[in-house]
Design a protein around this ligand. Structure first.
Ligand code: KIV
Ligand code: ZN
Length: 525
């Protein structure tokens, strides 16, 4: 009989740790609701103690969705307290606590003498901290997950000892993270098998895995772990996450689904919701999906060569192992236009996974009509963008009120901007190396932005086809050493550039408090 694999989505926690991928509370709640439609089993909503914004997001998600909601906590009481306070409103919640167990972590992060002078003593201290954290978490919920961070590089004997002890302390899920994406698939699978052999009480907990993609092996490692006894996988949509990212949910789910003749496992994921979720996550985070990305990339179902096209026309199975429809990519594109009504628009939004309440529909409809004036045909991608734009303006610290650009072959580009922030307006002009540069300089001047800023990445892409296509601009700024992504869309590329720049600055403003908290807490553990 086929066995179920639990899907634990960490897009909003580990995924959001991808450089520049910060999300505001509104966007996180929208994504969480889409995860519910996708039917994930567990959603990791964030790291509540790390900032007020994280706490609020976890709290709002816990109140809004019906699935197991979890939050991350280090093995310290303050983290666990914050987690339980944020999760309290959920119908079902889990506390996920973690501590590093590899020698590298013990000697580095826990190098101070107060954790023990020898490696042996440090191991003992960490084991006790892990057990105490699990016991404390158990006072709030029966559902407690423990992760020995960097398990992929942890000595198997010590790992087995920790796992056995935390299960005795009450952990119901044991997550084995390959934190640095270091292990090979057979090696990782063997580690899971070995734990099942060595840990006498292993049957009292679900084994979970959490693989990073530094060597491009996160999905292969996760599948090998399942084959060796793991029954939960932690993953993210589009594989976003720290550094090279996490195991991609859509790839794991479809590998189990398409090759059900090979695997004896299934998931509860509604695969037809995969594409909507992928587009929503990409839109809100500003992290573009590479065109050749498996399952959700633009080219995943494109057949270019004549031989392939001919084969496909005769029989789709010739070159297609799954249909685009099975992951929610529809061919029958419905195009809206100036004469489409509010009802038609609202039905379309719903089909794309966005819930628009009646009171917000006026705003969207007006924006839709504005856009329809500029471009005759409105495609799904345009609507997704409209949504992404609004999500940002919901909480934007800065908004673009006015933009005027002067340019020509014989003049120096000059931009004038008016920015609104907290009820005040700021206007400035600047010249630059071309209109985009002038725009960015004018914005910096208008808001008197003093921080060290470097434009690391600037990309323009046409969202839909045709003369009136919207241009989507993505920027990544390095501000005081951290990366912030912004995305702006308009039929005018310069305006899209200004919007993307402001969105990145808005992310910076939203994350400022979080970075300060991280700096203080990293000194206390
Ligand atoms: O990669 C990792 O080790 C983690 C843990 C906190 C689970 O993200
Ligand atoms: Zn991770």
């Amino acid at each position: 009989m086929n066995e179920k694999v639990t899907i634990f989505d960490t897009t909003l926690r580990d995924g959001e740790q991808a450089p520049g991928a910060s999300l505001n509370v509104f966007e996180k709640v929208e994504i969480a609701k889409q995860m519910e439609r996708l039917n994930v089993d567990v959603i990791e909503a964030g790291f509540p103690v790390s900032s007020q914004a994280q706490f609020e997001a976890v709290q709002r998600i816990a109140d809004s969705v019906n699935m197991i909601v979890t939050g991350l906590a280090r093995t310290v009481d303050a983290d666990i307290d914050s987690c339980q306070r944020a999760l309290n409103g959920a119908d079902r919640f889990r506390i996920h606590t973690f501590i590093g167990t590899s020698d590298i972590h013990l000697k580095g992060k826990f190098g101070a003498d107060r954790y023990g002078k020898s490696l042996e003593k440090k191991r003992n201290t960490i084991l006790n901290m892990a057990c105490e954290a699990v016991q404390y978490s158990k006072t709030f919920t029966d559902d407690v997950e423990f992760s020995p961070e960097d398990a992929g590089r942890t000595d198997i004997g010590y790992l087995a000892e920790v796992v056995e002890a935390v299960i005795s302390a009450g952990a119901t899920t044991i997550n084995i993270p390959d934190t640095t994406g270091y292990t090979m698939p057979e090696e990782f699978g063997a580690k899971i098998a070995e734990l099942r052999k060595r840990v006498i009480n292993i049957d009292q907990a679900v084994i979970s895995v959490h693989c990073h993609n530094d060597l491009g092996l996160a999905v292969a490692n996760s599948l090998n772990a399942i084959a060796n006894g793991a029954r939960q996988v932690e993953c993210t949509i589009n594989g976003i996450g720290e550094r090279a990212g996490n195991a991609s949910m859509e790839e794991i789910v479809m590998a189990l689904d398409v090759r059900s003749n090979y695997w004896n496992y299934y998931t509860n994921i509604k695969t037809e919701e995969i594409y909507n979720t992928s587009r929503m996550v990409s839109g809100f985070t500003g992290m573009l999906v590479q065109p050749n990305k498996a399952i959700v990339g633009e080219n995943a179902f494109a057949h270019e060569s004549g031989i392939h096209q001919d084969g496909m026309l005769k029989n789709r199975d010739t070159y297609e192992i799954m249909t685009p429809e099975s992951v929610g990519i529809r061919n029958n594109k419905i195009v809206l236009g100036r004469h489409s009504g509010r009802h038609g628009l609202s039905v379309r939004f719903k089909a794309l996974g966005y819930e628009v309440t009646e009171d917000k529909m006026d705003y969207y409809y007006e924006r839709f009509l504005d856009l329809a004036d500029k471009k005759k045909e409105i495609y799904d991608e345009d609507l997704r963008i409209l949504m992404g734009d609004k999500a940002e303006s919901e909480q934007g610290f800065y908004t673009l009120d006015y933009l005027h650009v002067n340019l020509g072959t014989a003049t120096i580009a000059t931009a004038t901007v008016r920015i609104e922030s907290e009820g005040k307006t700021y206007e400035e002009s600047a010249t630059g190396d071309g209109p985009v540069d002038a725009c960015f300089r004018a914005i910096n001047r208008a808001i008197d932005f003093q921080s060290q800023t470097r434009l690391e990445h600037y990309q323009v892409r046409s969202v839909t086809a045709g003369k009136g296509a919207q241009g989507e601009v993505t920027v990544r700024l390095k501000i005081n050493g951290s990366a912030y992504t912004g995305k702006g869309v308009s039929t005018d590329t310069i305006k899209a550039s200004a919007k993307s720049y402001l969105q990145a600055l808005n992310h910076y403003e939203a994350m400022k408090d979080m970075n300060e908290v991280f700096e203080t807490i990293s000194e206390t553990v």
